[in-house]
Each structure stands twice: as C-alpha cells, then as structure tokens.
Design a binder for this molecule. Structure first.
Ligand SMILES: [Cu+2]
Length: 159
C-alpha cells in the first residue's frame, strides 16, 4: 500500500501536537466556539519577504469546511497544501479544507497551512497576528472566528 507523503506528514504532526492541543482544548470549547483553534502560530519573516505561513490545529464541533481567512497583516490569505508534484514538494491553493466533526485537523509545516500574502511589514517573533477564519457548513451558511496567532522564529521546526 502506498501512503501519500502529505498524509504521513500530517499524521506525524498531529501526534507531536497532541499534548499541547489537548491541554488547550478545554478553553476553546468552553467559549462556545464552533471550532477549537489550538496552538495558532505564524512563522516570522525577514524584511521584504512577501509571504509567510500560519499554522494551528482545528477541531470542529460539527461538520464544517475552512473556506478562507483574512488578516490585517496581509493583503490576502489563502488556504494552501503541500503536495508532491513529480519529485518536488510544492504548495498550492485549495478551495477549502474539510473539518469533520470532532476530528482534529492539523495545519502544520509540510502540510496544510494558511498563506499570508502581501505582508504589510516584517513579522517579528513574539508579536501577535490577528486572523479571521471563515467556515462554511453543509448548507452553505458561513461563520467567522477570530484568533490571535503568536509569531515564532523563522527556524521553528515542524511541530
Ligand atoms: Cu503556502
């Protein structure tokens, strides 16, 4: 059996993140939010770098899809995935990301992520970036949730 690389990476990332997410899950669900957003972070940038990635774990209380996001730090935000194209690992935009009820979905380096494009200025480690995530349910009804993601150093490993 051949398991796509992307899936094994996501699986590994999910395992690594599990203890942190579990600890933070209580607070998120207590707020009544539709989606628990755990350990959100954004990779720091160097001057004139046009784009960077945002990562987190999403656990929806009911079947939803992540269909977009926006941030005051960027001109626009896209949902991306990393995938093998021939021998190359490349990222590409996806229209949406399924969030099945109760299942933690990892946005992590090497897998799905939010791409902040057209950065207004460099993002420095330690500051916070506001992100508004846009979700859609099976009936096409949309909802938003805001999160503040901590900027982490450029060299932050995939976890
Ligand atoms: Cu990307």
């Amino acid at each position: 059996m051949r398991i796509p690389l992307r899936h094994s990476l996501l699986f590994a990332a999910a395992l690594l993140c599990a203890p942190i997410a579990f600890a933070q899950m209580g607070a998120a669900s207590a707020s009544g939010a539709q989606v628990a957003i755990d350990a959100p972070w954004v990779r720091a940038t160097v001057p004139r770098q046009p784009a960077t990635g945002a990562f987190m774990r999403l656990t929806a209380a009911r079947d939803l899809r992540l269909v977009g996001a926006r941030s005051p730090a960027a001109e626009h935000v896209e949902v991306h995935e990393m995938a093998m194209q021939g021998q190359m690992m490349r990222m590409r935009q996806v229209a949406s990301l399924d969030l099945p009820k109760g299942r933690a979905v990892a946005l992590a380096p090497g897998g799905y992520h939010l791409m902040l494009i057209g950065l207004q200025r460099p993002l420095r480690a330690g500051e916070k970036v506001a992100l508004t995530l846009l979700f859609e349910d099976a009936d096409g009804k949309r909802s938003e949730q805001q999160v503040h993601a901590e900027v982490r150093p450029l060299a932050t490993p995939a976890s």
